[in-house]
Design a binder for this molecule. Structure first.
Ligand code: SAM
Length: 331
């Protein structure tokens, strides 16, 4: 079998697929209050196109898919798509990143499907602060979902973007959640782009600063062994049920073991979060490409995967600095 391998010997086994660019929240660090310029519906990949792309990639060694967006549950028939995707016997794992505001009614269905992990984005444990960050009043629903997920058969990870002066005072509260709950809390470095360009931050809360704060609070922290391609460095407070991790999304110290590619909701193929998209698969498919042609294209494009996110960013031609919202990129 041909396998997706880049010029640095990295095998690509993980696809992050954005199923929409629409979102029901307006997180301050992600987009402006009025939202981002969403594309016309017909520019979005259809679920059939997504299924086909995923199938072809899975025949080239991709065995794990993360569905993201925008907010995946905003897209009509998303759960039927999950059912369709669960039939792909070459996929070992289907995971979802969601803000959790729209999923409670789907939980039992999700448990029946091939969904392994739900990454729930929650940047604050305070209703008021949550509303300030997301510009929406849905904390109670999201927290109810968190508790329901914790009791479900699905694996739960919480994602919190660490925002200087906004939720940094809650880092320890998040860790305390892991005392009695068997969940993984992951702190993500904020990336200074939000759909309109650079976001200015007064203080940089990078990996080291986050870890130092936690270390100053707890004596007994044990590093955990993580998968080589894991984006987070993981730890546990001794005798706590759950664990925590830090994702150096912006300092980019994780690129050496990258096994990921991304496809945006409009079908743009990305070798790296920081590149500006390598080619549009949607157009290629709609012009009549065969599965073999698609395979050749994937194999040759992955070869050009940049060594790391800094090189990917330096290679950008249009906007030198990343300014797209993660809702467009597919977070
Ligand atoms: N709507 C879903 C959600 O909220 O999880 C999926 C899409 S969202 C863009 C995916 C993840 O990207 C979320 O955890 C979000 O917090 C994160 N994100 C968005 N903008 C970011 C930024 N500028 N820096 C770091 N993380 C960001």
């Amino acid at each position: 079998m041909d396998r997706l391998t880049d010029n640095f010997g990295r095998q690509i086994t993980y696809l992050r697929l954005a199923v929409t660019d629409r979102c029901n929240l307006r997180c301050q660090y992600c987009m402006p209050a009025h939202g981002i310029d969403i594309v016309d519906r017909k520019e979005l990949l259809t679920f059939k196109e997504m299924y086909r792309i995923t199938r072809v990639l899975s025949e080239l060694g991709v065995n794990k898919v993360r569905l993201t967006g925008g907010e995946p549950f905003v897209r009509k028939d998303f759960v039927s798509f999950l059912e369709m995707l669960s039939f792909n016997d070459k996929l070992d794992e289907i995971n979802i990143t969601t803000n959790g505001a729209l999923i409670s009614k789907h939980l039992s269905k999700l448990e029946e499907l091939k969904i392994e992990t739900i990454n729930l984005s929650i940047d604050s444990l305070s209703k008021e602060n949550f509303a300030k960050i997301t510009r929406r009043d849905v904390f109670d629903e999201v927290y109810r979902t968190l508790e329901a997920l914790e009791k479900s058969s699905l694996k739960l990870k919480l994602n919190a973007v660490v925002q200087s002066g906004v939720n940094t005072h809650e880092i320890i509260d998040f860790i305390e959640l892991t005392k009695h709950k068997n969940i993984e809390v992951r702190f993500i470095e904020e990336m200074p782009f939000n759909g309109v360009g650079q976001r200015t931050t007064t203080e940089v809360w990078n990996y080291t600063k986050i870890l130092n704060l936690i270390k100053s609070h707890y004596k007994e922290i044990t590093p955990l062994q993580s998968d080589r391609s894991s984006t987070s460095h993981n730890f546990k407070i001794d005798n706590y049920k759950g664990s925590f991790g830090i994702i150096p999304a912006f300092t980019r110290t994780i690129c050496n073991d990258c096994n990921r590619i991304r496809i945006t909701a409009t079908g743009m193929f990305k070798n790296c979060l920081f590149d500006e998209g390598v080619f549009n698969i949607r157009d290629f498919i709609r012009e009549g490409a065969s599965n073999d042609e698609l395979k050749q294209l994937f194999l040759s494009t992955v070869k050009k995967k940049p060594e790391n996110g800094f090189i990917a960013e330096a290679n950008r031609k249009k906007n030198k600095k990343v300014s797209e919202s993660m809702s467009t990129i597919g977070g």
